[in-house]
Unconditional design. Structure first.
Ligand SMILES: [Mn+2]
Length: 268
């Protein structure tokens, strides 16, 4: 049975977000529960997600329905929050049956152990963001935000998000996001903390081999759905990175940068 991993769909409820939403729903609808046993969402599924006691954002209805269909057919759903949707909680868990992982997930893929993180806040120099990340998760901050009317909360989120959207993610990701993610993965693999490290957030799909104490490890970045429509498929044995299409196009795994020198420095 297969596992599918996808991240950074950045579903948005405004007009400009409609094509992405429709393509992603089409992707979910073609997943066959006879073949797929697990779907892992590695953060930033929503451009904005917030939960109230009695309200769900109506613009997400179709995607929630598509996820509910998979759940009803027995597909395991996992969610690791990203920087746009870490406020996922009771609704996703209780109504949709999604397993919510706090910050990071460790999941088995056959014999291999994978460490999955969205990837935001890994850059130690980005102290301002790291502070924001802590504050935004405080119970009191969440309780205060909940006082804002849902329509206004969505409006506010769209306005905030618009600023970051004006930069093309492929440009954003070039320097500041790709390297810290790769460093994090390489280190986790070198220390033997996982056989496979998967991240999203950079919007740049990558599959690289890096050494672990017990052989070759893998760093995979799921890329994004917003611009690449990339996803990872584990078929029970191998991990493969694809760009969705008719047929899907595979992005081959390559030897990670610096992997050679690292292998030489490491006593075998
Ligand atoms: Mn992100």
């Amino acid at each position: 049975m297969k596992t599918i991993v996808v991240s950074d769909v950045h579903l948005a409820v405004h007009e400009a977000g409609r094509p992405t939403m429709e393509r992603f729903i089409a992707f979910l609808r073609q997943l066959d529960s006879a073949e797929v046993s697990r779907l892992i969402i590695l953060g930033d599924l929503f451009d904005f997600w917030f939960e109230y006691r009695h309200v769900v954002f109506s613009g997400y209805f179709d995607v929630l329905r598509a996820l509910a269909r998979l759940r009803d057919e027995g597909v395991e759903l996992h969610f690791i929050g990203g920087n746009h949707d870490f406020w996922g909680g009771r609704f996703l868990r209780d109504q949709l049956g999604i397993t919510i992982h706090d910050g990071e997930a460790r999941l088995p893929f056959g014999e291999r152990q994978a460490l999955l993180v969205h990837g935001d806040g890994l850059n130690p120099r980005d102290w301002a963001y790291r502070l924001y990340k802590r504050l935004a998760r405080l119970r009191v901050v969440v309780a205060l935000f909940r006082l804002i009317h849902p329509d206004w909360a969505m409006r506010l989120a769209q306005w905030v998000s618009h600023g970051s959207r004006s930069l093309h993610p492929r440009d954003v990701s070039k320097g500041s996001e790709i390297k810290p993610l790769q460093d994090f993965a390489r280190q986790a693999l070198a220390e033997g903390r996982a056989d496979v490290v998967m991240c999203g957030h950079s919007h740049y799909p990558v599959c690289e081999t890096h050494p672990t104490p017990h052989g070759a490890g893998l760093y995979i970045n799921t890329g994004d759905w917003l611009y690449h429509e990339s996803y990872v498929e584990w078929d029970g044995a191998e991990f493969r990175l694809f760009l969705w299409g008719e047929p899907p196009e595979e992005i081959p795994c390559r030897e990670g940068e610096g992997a050679e020198e690292q292998a030489r420095a490491q006593p075998q």
